[in-house]
Design a protein around this ligand. Sequence first.
Ligand code: PLP
Length: 651
Amino acid sequence: MNNELYLDANATSPVLPAAVAAATAAMETCFGNPSSSHAAGLRAKALLEATRAAARRVLGAPDGELVFTSGATEGIQAAVLSALCAVRERRRRGQACGNLLLVGATEHKAVPESLAHWNRLLGTDLELRMLPVDADGRHRLDVLRELAPRAAFVCTMAANNETGVVSDLDGIAAVLAQTASPALWMVDCVQALGKLPLALGDTRIDYAPFSGHKLYAPKGIGMLYVRAGAPYTPLMCGGGQEGGRRSGTENMAGIAALGAVLAALEEGGTFRTHAELLAYRDRLAAALREAFPGLVFNAPLDHALPTTLNFSVLGLGSKELLDLFDAAGVRVSAGSACSAARAAPSYVLDAMGVPEARSASAVRLSFGPLVEAAFIDSACERIRRCGRALAQARPAAALQQLEAAGASGWLLFDEAGSECIAIDPPAALAPRIAADLRAHACRLLAAIDTGHGAGGAEALCALLPPTPSTARQVRFGGHILDAIALGEDVLAQAGAAFLLGRPQGDSLAPDQVRFVFGLAPGHAALAAALCCHRSGEPALSRPGADPLPDDGIDLDAVSAAAFLHAHPDALLVDVRELPEHAAGAALLHGHQAHNVPLSQLAGQAAQWLRAPRPLVFICRSGKRSARAARTMRRLGHAQAWHVAGGLALAG
Ligand code: PLP
């Protein structure tokens, strides 16, 4: 972990050492309750108010309220609740207040979700309308001009968490003023703190939420700025803390830590200047361009935070890039941390009209203003290493599995790697396969859909028209089958199934069939003849063999290492893809792993089944290694395990 380069600062940041010290002091010595009237309480109260005063100075907000919250999501709730209660009250009094909730199309999900929630709960029945953004990710001011007179509440952000795009807040303020909009205005300032100058008191912004953990304070502390005179309804009631605006005993450790960060911002010297950050970002951008030919940035750099780069490498999925960076110890993300668990494409890039192929490969790289030159040097070096790993790692295997969106397909190569047949290629991967084959001067002989795959053969053929090889026929059992020659092998069609094997003259014996594709359950006779039962699985697997239960395959890192130590014949197998292995080899407590990518497991499995030895699979997170262990057990290899939690937990 010490070797890890954390470039995901828009998701969260580590805690500033001075903030850790301040939080510790607040817990150990200045631990009083700021509502207590004795000296311990007064000391805590003084710390609380000193932090608030520092926040006012940093945010340029001498007036109005500054309420400490648990984070931005809470600040957003309080702002939304306040605005909607005000609309309800204005309506009751018969005042014009608009009927639209206008929300920027690229806002953090906390905003539209909160608007929909409170609008429903309060029965305000306002119309939730997205304010579109242009191709640069900036709000469409022409649309705002049209809608502003009817807007009750406008929600925009200062800077976007996925792309770093900085909003034209002056432009938005001018349109609201020119159209005499009755709207209240919230600006989510989470990504702006410490990266953009703020002077909230000089604006007409009514609500501005902030989050501590995005700028070196711990998770669980945030602030909400409320303009003087803006309506406010408390979200939390009880003991009347924060002047009744947010009840509940204050998070004094968090507030003290935030205070230390604010002090560092005020004093200067701790964080890099805007110009320094821009220079660092330019260096990272140059390293990325050099490492990945075909890389495109998804947001214009001149309108973006100096700490965020969102890019795509055409033909490579986000997941593949993330895995590659992770292998090199570089932590980046595919978008917002909140949506990382979902596979859906980025709604932020969608809103900007970024084509799907590009957004499917988007990666966000973000750093914080505490960054140092040596860190950027290492990051650039590792980015270049990733580029080299990708360029060098050419699949050497004769059989490569392809997977996209749950669909599986195969590439079969001849021994020289100069000819290829694609079986069930996923359509989403067609551009990538075509580019790869072209780059390596490999001829596509045929692309076949068996009816059991994703049906992308047509898409691949459109991009890379096949150059058919000489048609052949082989004898198999009592039948004559049409076949395509692939090096010394043939791919022969038996009904809807395809058999790959090495013929003797014109005859293909069942025991010479190494793989079968597109074999449906109805093909019992063929399966029996071949002694195999699943597409892409080696023909050696036994039909009817009871699949072993999935449990019992997990080893934790320590017991896996002990097992390897106790069983010198056991093999530690890294099932990450070739570029990941090339970017950073897998080591488990001194045991070096042998690389067999999951996509090439089928080609290797037959050999392991012929000469069984204990196998311990490992990968980045434990997902791919679990699949490898399960597959080997189902094929009849009883001694297959994997390292649960993968390399991520093994360090
Ligand atoms: N708004 C933006 C722009 C963010 O990036 C985030 C964090 O991901 C939030 C709001 C939510 O902040 P918090 O985690 O403090 O609730």
